[in-house]
Design a protein around this ligand. Structure first.
Ligand SMILES: [Zn+2]
Length: 303
């Protein structure tokens, strides 16, 4: 394994470093999904949320150069107080050229999607929540193994999925908080949000608001996906704009795009926000594809 990696790196060096070697471990990323599901739903205020926070905190401290923790209390529309936490795992915190990768680590309190069979249950969040977190943790593992030449920030946002997307109330809480309290120092060249990227039947089109705010970043990512052999997953089709964690970042002046497969279970997105967002719907192969892309992005970005 090690030899193969070295040989590939030498090869890559010979042809101008065009295709970085494969470093991401999809099987281990799937285990990160399993661990999160074992904690139970990661709903702010519940035990599973608290235990996941402790787990993230310890994993990130063991991998990143520094970890910033943002804690605050959000007052919901219903008058409840939610204790929320963002984690920012920083690699090369002083580097001027940086990339920001983010995912939400909370899960939705109620499975109230239009096609849900039972809206009284919580969403397990194997794909909507755990897949993005697993992706970032797999990236952290690889960057610990071989530190990046540029700065990388891995942002785990809380409270994305708590409230009502129709009224825009009590949603995207962590990304909003982050956008109002940006990490100190140089800001990222661009940011990539990973959301619902573990679907077995993975297909990622170009999300509309990403195309408006950062078309060149979309082009860069899709070209790189082609080059590393994942053009079958990163399809050149447009997906209508989505309210997601990239939006508050865009409003703060960060060129952020959203990688998301919003056809979870089929064209009707039938497992989204339902009790059926379970681990059997997620695969290590899909996590591998997106993990390859994320790490390739880090390795091809020149300081
Ligand atoms: Zn969601």
């Amino acid at each position: 394994m090690r030899l193969l990696t070295v040989a590939l790196m030498l090869l890559a060096g010979c042809d101008g470093g065009k295709v970085p070697p494969r470093e991401f471990d999809g099987a281990s990323a799937l285990r990160y999904v399993e661990t999160q599901l074992a904690f139970g739903p990661r709903i702010p205020g519940r035990e599973g949320h608290e235990r996941t926070a402790a787990w993230l905190d310890s994993l990130l401290h063991a991998r990143a150069d520094t970890v910033l923790v943002q804690r605050w209390v959000h007052r919901t529309a219903a008058g409840d107080s939610l204790r929320l936490t963002n984690f920012i795992a920083r690699f090369k915190p002083a580097a001027a050229t940086r990339l920001l990768f983010l995912a939400h680590w909370d899960t939705r309190p109620r499975a109230d999607g239009p096609l849900s069979r039972d809206s009284t249950l919580p969403v397990p969040g194997a794909n909507d929540g755990a897949s993005g977190v697993a992706l970032l943790l797999g990236v952290a593992d690889a960057l610990k193994q071989l530190p990046p030449g540029i700065g990388v920030d891995l942002l785990f946002v809380d409270g994305e999925d708590y409230g009502d997307f129709n009224t825009d109330q009590d949603v995207l809480l962590g990304s909003r908080y982050y956008a109002e309290h940006l990490a100190p120092g140089p800001q990222p060249r661009f940011a990539v949000l990973f959301d619902m990227i573990g679907d077995k039947d993975l297909r990622i089109p170009q999300e509309g608001l990403s195309l408006v705010a950062a078309p060149d970043v979309v082009e860069l990512v899709w070209n790189l996906a082609d080059r590393i052999g994942h053009g079958d997953v990163f399809v050149r089709e447009e997906q209508g704009g989505l309210t997601d964690d990239h939006v508050p970042l865009q409003r703060a002046g960060i060129r952020a795009i959203d990688l998301i497969d919003f056809t979870f279970g089929g064209p009707d997105n039938q497992w989204h926000h339902t009790p059926d967002d379970t681990i059997d719907k997620v695969s290590s192969a899909s996590l591998q594809v997106v993990g390859d892309l994320a790490l390739a992005l880090v390795r091809v970005t020149k300081p």
